[in-house]
Design a protein around this ligand. Structure first.
Ligand code: ADP
Ligand code: MG
Length: 350
C-alpha cells in the first residue's frame, strides 16, 4: 500500500525530517505520534503532494508518486480546523469532492445521503455548517473526506479542538467507521491516549525520525528509549550505574537497588542504566527480600475510582503508584514492584 522512504525536509536551514520511513498496510490505521512541532503535519503534506521533500520517496503499491499531482493521488485529508465551506450547507460540503470527481447528480445525492447516515448527520443535511457545534462540524468534515472513497485517509489532529468527552465519543465512532470502510488511514496526534484508542499500529516521530513503531501493546511494553517511555506516560524513572550483574544491582540517587527483571543484552558493570517502573501492580512488601523493593515514605494518597494513587518519596525522588488499598500519608513502607512492571534500558548517553 503506502510506503514512505527516507524523507528529508529542512526549513530555513533547520532539519525537520531526517530520514523518515514507514509503511501503511491494507486496511490499517497507523497513528503518527509526536510532540507539537515534530513535523507531523509537514509529513502529511508531503504524502498528500502539497509539499515537496528534498529527498526520499512516497510510493503507492510500489509506484513512485513524485509526479502525481494532489488530486490524482486519491488521498483524503481531514484537519483539526475543519476547513469546511462556511456559507454552504452540510450536504453541499459533502458533495464538493464528488462534483470534482465528475459524478452524476443522482450518484452525488446517493453518496451524500449514505455518508451523512454513516456519521449520524442526515437530519442536518440542509443546515449551514456555521450553525453546527464543533463535534457536528467534525462529523461533516469526516463525511466530506470519506465521500470520494479515498484510497488513503489522513487525519491531522482531527479532534484536537474538542473537549475530552466529545473526543472519546467521536474517536469510538471514527474507529468503527475506519474498520468498517477498510480504508487505510494515517491518524496524526500528540496525544498518546487518543493514539492507543484508534491505532492498529503507532509510529513515534522524534528528532526527525521514526524512533519506534509497533502495536500499542508492543511499544508500551518495550519502549525503545527513555524518550518513548516518558512520552507514553511512564514517569517513574530511575537513573543509575550497574554495580553487579548477578544479581543485577544498580547504584541510584537514593541508594543501591536490586533489580529483578530481564536485563538488556550485553550489559556490563559500570554501564549507565535507566529503570522505569510502571505504576500498576505494586504491593506492600512485608517479608524480608530486597529485590524490586522500594523503601520510602507515603507523601500523598488520592482516591481514583479504580484504586488509590500514592506518591512514594525515596530520598529526593518521588514515584507514583496505583494500589488497590489505601495507605496512610506519612507511613514508611516497602513497596514490591513485580518484574513485569520494571523496564531496564541501557542508555550509554545518560
Ligand atoms: P507538527 O504538526 O508536528 O506540530 P509541523 O509539521 O507543523 O509540526 O511543523 C514543524 C516545524 O516546522 C514547526 O516548528 C515550524 O516552525 C516548521 N515549519 C512548518 N512549515 C513551515 C514553513 N512553511 N516554513 C517554515 N517553517 C515551517
Ligand atoms: Mg501539526
Amino acid at each position: 500500500m503506502l510506503a514512505v522512504q527516507e524523507i528529508f525536509k529542512h526549513y530555513e536551514g533547520c532539519p525537520l525530517l531526517k530520514g523518515v520511513s514507514f509503511e501503511v498496510a491494507e486496511g490499517e490505521t497507523l497513528c503518527l505520534l509526536g510532540t507539537s512541532g515534530s513535523g507531523k503535519s509537514t509529513l502529511l503534506r508531503i504524502i498528500a503532494g502539497l509539499e515537496q521533500a528534498e529527498l526520499g520517496r512516497v510510493l503507492w503499491n510500489g509506484e513512485d508518486l513524485a509526479h502525481i499531482p494532489v488530486h490524482r493521488r486519491h488521498f483524503g485529508l481531514m484537519f483539526q480546523d475543519y476547513a469546511l465551506f462556511p456559507h454552504r450547507t452540510v450536504e453541499q460540503n459533502v458533495a464538493f469532492g464528488l462534483r470534482m470527481q465528475g459524478l452524476s447528480v443522482v450518484e452525488i445525492q446517493q453518496r451524500v445521503k449514505e455518508m451523512l447516515e454513516k456519521v449520524n448527520m442526515l437530519s442536518f443535511a440542509k443546515r449551514r455548517v456555521t450553525d453546527l457545534s464543533g463535534g457536528e462540524q467534525q462529523r461533516v468534515a469526516l463525511a466530506r473526506a470519506l465521500a470520494p472513497r479515498p484510497r488513503l485517509l489522513m487525519l491531522d489532529e482531527p479532534l484536537g479542538a474538542l473537549d475530552r468527552a466529545l473526543r472519546t465519543q467521536l474517536i469510538a465512532e471514527l474507529r468503527y467507521l475506519l474498520r468498517e470502510s477498510k480504508i487505510p488511514a494515517i491518524y496524526v496526534t500528540h496525544d498518546q491516549d487518543e493514539a492507543f484508542e484508534i491505532a492498529d499500529r503507532v509510529a513515534l516521530l522524534h528528532n526527525g525520525k521514526i524512533v519506534q513503531s509497533g502495536t500499542p501493546a508492543e511499544v508500551y511494553t518495550n519502549p525503545a528509549s527513555i524518550w518513548v517511555a516518558e512520552f507514553l506516560g511512564l514517569s517513574n524513572l530511575m537513573l543509575g550505574k550497574v554495580l553487579s550483574l548477578c544479581p543485577l544491582q544498580v547504584k541510584t540517587d537514593f541508594g543501591c537497588w536490586e533489580v529483578g527483571c530481564k536485563a538488556p543484552e550485553g550489559l556490563q558493570i559500570g554501564d549507565r542504566l535507566a529503570i522505569l517502573l510502571r505504576p500498576w501492580g505494586a504491593s506492600v512488601q512485608t517479608e524480608p527480600g530486597t529485590e524490586n523493593v522500594l523503601s520510602g515514605k507515603v507523601v500523598d494518597v488520592v482516591f481514583r475510582g479504580e484504586g488509590y494513587r500514592l506518591v512514594l518519596q525515596c530520598g529526593e525522588v518521588k514515584f507514583q503508584f496505583y494500589c488497590e488499598k489505601p495507605l496512610g500519608v506519612g507511613e514508611m513502607i516497602r513497596l514490591y514492584i513485580p518484574p513485569e512492571s520494571v523496564i531496564c534500558l541501557n542508555e550509554p548517553s545518560i
